[in-house]
Design a protein around this ligand. Structure first.
Ligand code: FAS
Ligand code: PHB
Length: 389
């Protein structure tokens, strides 16, 4: 099989790239290890930056998002029961869209199906070859039959545990990592959200987040130990803990019900440098990971793809290599700013083992500064709604 760009992974990064390149007339093959249903069954991100919304519109997959998503112009911060709303529209004139990653993925899969471009699901044993030359190859097995894809470029969009980054010689790549000593226990429940906007809560018992997927479906998280097990958390135990960590009015408004999904996500900050290795490019979680506190993960995947699609279009359209040569530096400049913001949001909202009395006063001072300073609020707002591409 021959294509121009072989994309590994049918998560948001791979599907976004496939769509963007297809609209530029660039031929792609998408190889996905899992089944379609498995990919759609993963409950992940919930907040889209304004730039991501504009990108989805630009590639023609924004219709259902606008019909079913919810535009939010602010979030609430809650510190030890005291609340403060940050009004993004007033502070920076921008907003976000609450529309689950699952739905973005579904829309992108539907667009690819409609174009006939197809996705090769349950592609096993994907391996990358000769990407340090000008004729890279990808090999995989499907239904017991071995296949080889000859291509011009490989896009490693296969997430943190994927094969693409792992295929890069150790001496050619440098990684930066911070693993947090806690996780997020999240549940999905078909009950009305406790508030109209997201609530990020800091409490001495730990962090909590009240989010949503629609007016009838809520998404809640609480900080938990990194070694905790979902089986140890009944729904009732979860709701009791959530109530303790938010302000009393919110706790009283909480409408509980049976969870339809419950999982623990580990938290880490991670960046690989560089993000280009000859004809191989890394994008999305294959390249970087942020703690979900700043709602950046999915949005960084989208901005990586904006840059990579632009670079590849220049290569095929103008025979210019400027874009592909500059891809890694351009992406990393934006990634590190999102890493900083996600690390900072995590540091002010969570309880760390080493958080002592001094540390809690510093966290409280961060909240008081955000409450009392328009400039501080603008800084959080411009990062949360998305720095310019
Ligand atoms: P993804 O991991 O989504 O997709 C990679 C794809 O590659 C997967 O479908 C995988 O099956 C496939 N793949 C892997 N190895 C392969 C191989 N060898 N061959 C072929 N295919 C292969 N972000 C937020 O903003 N908010 C959140 O609340 C949030 N929660 C998260 C919870 C969890 C448990 C995780 C892991 C991440 C979460 N994220 C969150 C971040 C998440 O949304 C990612 O940023 C987003 O999925 C990035 O998309 P991709 O880069 O496409 O990676
Ligand atoms: C979510 O709704 O899943 C969500 C929202 C905001 C975050 C993280 C997760 O920061």
């Amino acid at each position: 099989m021959r294509t121009q760009v072989a994309i590994i992974g049918a998560g948001p990064a791979g599907l976004l790239l496939g769509r963007a390149l297809e609209l530029q007339g660039i031929d792609t093959v998408i190889l996905e290890r899992r089944s379609r249903d498995y990919v759609l069954g993963r409950i992940r991100a919930g907040v889209l930056e304004q730039g991501t919304v504009e990108f989805l519109d630009a590639i023609g997959v924004g219709a259902r998002m606008h019909a079913e998503g919810q535009v939010h112009t602010g979030v609430e911060l809650c510190f030890d029961g005291e609340s403060h709303r940050l009004d993004f529209a007033d502070l920076v004139g921008r907003k976000v869209m609450v529309y689950g990653q699952t739905e973005v993925t579904r829309d992108l899969m539907a667009a690819r199906d409609a174009s006939g471009a197809g996705i090769i699901y349950e592609a096993e044993g994907v391996s990358l070859h000769d990407f340090d030359g000008s004729a890279p190859k990808v090999r995989y097995v499907k239904d017991g039959v071995a296949h080889e894809v000859s291509c011009d470029f490989i896009a490693g969009c296969d997430g943190f545990h994927g094969v693409a980054r792992a295929s890069v010689p150790e001496a050619a790549i440098r990684t930066f990592e911070r693993v947090y000593p806690f996780g997020w226990l999240g549940i999905l429940v078909d009950r009305p959200p406790v508030a109209d906007e997201l609530i990020y809560a800091h409490h001495e018992r730990g962090f909590a987040l009240c989010s949503m997927r629609s007016p009838t479906r809520s998404r809640y998280y609480i900080q938990c130990g990194a070694d905790e097990r979902v089986a140890d958390w009944s729904d009732d135990r979860f709701y009791d803990e959530l109530r303790r960590r938010v302000d009393p009015e919110t706790a009283d408004r909480l409408v509980t019900g049976p969870s339809i999904e419950k999982s623990i996500a580990p938290l880490r900050s991670f960046v690989a440098e560089p993000l280009r290795f000859g004809r191989l490019f890394l994008a999305g979680d294959a390249a970087h990971i942020v703690p979900p506190t700043g709602a950046k993960g999915l949005n960084l995947a989208a901005s990586d793809v904006v840059y990579l699609a632009q670079a590849l279009s220049e290569f095929y359209g103008d025979r210019s290599e400027a874009g592909i040569d500059g891809y890694s530096e351009r992406v990393l400049r934006r990634v590190w700013k999102a890493e900083r913001f996600s690390w900072w949001m995590t540091s002010i909202l969570h309880i760390f083992p080493e958080t002592d009395a001094f540390g809690r006063r510093i966290q409280r001072a961060e909240f008081d500064y955000l409450k009392g300073s328009r400039a501080a609020g603008q800084s959080l707002a411009e990062n949360y709604t998305g720095l310019p591409f």
